[in-house]
Design a protein around this ligand. Structure first.
Ligand code: OXD
Ligand code: MN
Length: 613
């Protein structure tokens, strides 16, 4: 029997509520040891993980881990939001009663950590001192050391974050038990995995995976699902799957901040980490705050909307990250960064890593190279061109490693938000950028956000898989209530942020080439948006928003054919009609959708009907 009290005393963990919580789960899971973790333990834990073979060296100060091959991604079907109020059921939150989920998860976790260490990770999902810090404090317990190492990179970790809680009970209880990965029946009717957020009890119970998206409870379960629920329940804030960047205009000395949501595979991390294009670099500096989560609130002193990234690191998709698409990401995972790569290809002889899109071709000399499952590439049958790395392989690195990290990323105050953008991957309908007239239309645009269905199973080609606010997997309560809350929070700001929809992915209908160069050049439409907000340009009104005129967009140093430019700055009305009909059906699913959103929908539909004439 572990002497939990002694361990907690030695760690200086005095909060009686935290002690009770740790004791309870240590007993229930049957853990053989308990250890309280601080970020300062990282080097020792890395050494232990290397000794145990859980990590492998990937060059100086870089590490490699391989996960169980059926445990490589988030599982939306197994993810549940539970509460005690059936009114919290939404379309996407897989709502279940708390009274059903708690005992079920306790049963799964009972005795599941026998022989293992239970690590106790006190964490903070906010810059220290931030006004939302009360909702940002949590204690994760986990039976997996690599999860601890990832948590240290992705959140602020240490017992100190539990001191000064006004209410000793105000911390999120985040319980993670991996269990026996080889016997969870992943993806079968006997699937034993459950990822449950008991939102109104501020308790997260995740069983059956050590993949980051399921196991780093500070990030997705707390930083998004739990925080979204807390923000609504407290009426104080929003928690969104948004990137957050700063733009400094060296000529005027002004600073701007833009945040925004994009469904997965729509380039959010690349946008968040972008640098100004060379031709504009003398005037503008782009700084990075975060690539995945932003919490937003109104600062009562100046009445402006503020935002902050609650995370401390980047859990980025490795695929297609290279010098062209995202040089800052590559610099963030260089020697000495203490980065952890997961499920990329690895060469134990040279300690190199590689992933699809890192270079145009894989290494020509395959000797020593192992694919993400650990199988030698040299042993492959001729013609076997399966990927070397898993498509969801990742790098995990702290914010300090990002070369253009904003100087004030750690500041308690957060930053004022000038613009909120939504973007999907749309081949033909969405222009490069369209500014949206008002808040209700902005929320309407977010609710109808989506990614184009792929040719495979996901739906009709060209039709969107809707991903409201890019939050579909993280919705914590009903979508109608969510929209009302969003309208209230942002509506309370004295200076309204400007909303816009962006699309970097329009293609030529004939030969399929991308019409816009993307990446660093994406700064150009964002600068136009800020100018529009400042009244420096007027743009051109269309039925679905304001688009830049050709001469308003700063195109110095970019070469784009006139025909392509014309297409990306215009609206394809027939395609929009198709889309509007789908939207009606999509929105009708949401209970209690505010009338303002329906009005915005009708306004856009009516403007489009006129545009036809
Ligand atoms: C995600 C992530 O799964 O950010 O969305 O990792
Ligand atoms: Mn994400």
């Amino acid at each position: 029997m572990v002497d939990v009290e002694k361990v907690l005393d030695e760690a200086g963990l005095a909060n009686p509520k935290v002690r009770e919580y740790v004791r309870y789960w240590a007993e229930l899971t049957g853990a053989s040891q308990v250890e309280v973790v601080d970020a300062a333990d990282d080097a020792r834990l890395i050494r232990e993980a290397l000794d145990a073979g859980e990590l492998l060296p990937a060059g100086e100060g870089r590490y490699y881990s391989r996960s169980y091959h059926k445990d490589t991604a988030r599982s939306e079907e197994r993810t549940i939001v539970a509460t005690n109020d059936p009114k919290d059921k939404g379309v996407y939150n897989n709502w279940r009663p708390a009274s059903e989920m708690r005992p079920l998860l306790e049963d799964k976790m009972r005795g599941a950590s026998v022989g293992k260490t239970m690590y106790v990770i006190p964490y903070l999902m906010a810059p220290p001192g931030n006004e939302l810090a009360t909702w940002a404090t949590g204690v994760q317990v986990t039976d997996t050391r690599t999860v601890v190492l990832h948590m240290i990179r992705m959140s602020r970790v240490g017992v100190g974050y539990l001191e000064n809680l006004e209410d000793p009970d105000q911390f999120v209880r985040a319980v993670h038990v991996t269990g026996d990965l080889e016997n969870h029946g992943q993806g079968t009717p006997e699937d034993k995995r459950y990822f449950v957020t008991v939102a109104d009890e501020r308790t997260i119970l995740h069983f059956g995976s050590s993949y980051g998206g399921n196991a780093l409870l500070g990030k997705i379960a707390h930083g998004l699902r739990q925080a979204a629920y807390d923000g609504w329940a407290s009426k104080k804030f929003l928690a969104e799957q948004y990137m957050l960047i700063g733009i400094h205009d060296k000529e005027t000395g002004k600073d701007y901040h833009i945040c925004g949501g994009f469904p997965s595979a729509s380039g959010k991390t690349n946008l968040a980490m972008m640098l100004a294009p060379d031709a504009l670099g003398d005037r503008y500096h782009v700084s990075f705050y975060g690539d995945d989560i932003a919490w937003l609130w109104v600062n009562e002193e100046d009445g402006r909307l503020y935002g902050m990234n609650p995370e401390y690191g980047v859990f980025g998709v490795a695929k297609d990250t290279n010098e062209g698409t995202n040089p800052t990401a590559l610099a963030s995972v260089g020697e000495g960064t203490q980065v952890i790569f997961t499920n990329v290809a690895y060469n134990p002889d040279t300690q190199e890593v590689w992933w699809e899109g890192r270079t145009p071709q894989p290494p020509a000399d395959v000797s020593g190279w192992l694919d993400w499952k650990g199988n030698p590439i040299a042993d492959r049958e001729p013609g076997d061109d399966s990927p070397w790395s898993h498509p969801n392989s990742r790098f995990t690195t702290t914010l300090d490693n990002v070369p253009n990290i904003a100087e004030d990323y750690n500041a308690a105050a957060g930053v004022p938000i000038d613009a909120i953008i939504f973007g999907g991957r749309t081949r033909d309908r969405e222009p490069l950028i369209r500014a949206i007239h008002d808040l209700a239309e902005g929320v309407y645009d977010g609710l109808t956000l989506g990614a184009e269905a792929t040719f495979a199973a996901e739906g009709v080609d060209g039709q969107l898989r809707y991903d409201p606010m890019s939050n579909r997997p993280f919705m914590a309560y009903g979508e109608g209530d969510y929209a009302a809350h969003y309208l209230k929070i942002v509506g309370a700001a004295k200076e309204q942020p400007i909303f816009a929809h962006v699309n970097w992915f329009q293609r030529d209908p004939e030969d399929g080439h991308f019409l816009w160069p993307g990446y660093r050049d994406n700064l150009r439409p964002l600068l136009w948006l800020l100018q529009l907000k400042n009244g420096e340009v007027k743009g051109r009104e269309t039925a679905v928003g304001i688009v830049p005129t050709e001469d308003e967009l700063n195109l110095v140093g970019v070469d784009i054919p006139a025909k392509d430019l014309e297409t990306i700055l215009s609206i394809n009305v027939p395609r929009w009609h198709q889309e509007i009909a789908n939207r009606e059906e999509h929105l009708a699913q949401f209970e209690r959708l505010p009338e303002e959103i329906w009005e915005a929908h009708r306004r856009v539909a009516a403007a489009l009907a006129e545009a036809d004439d």
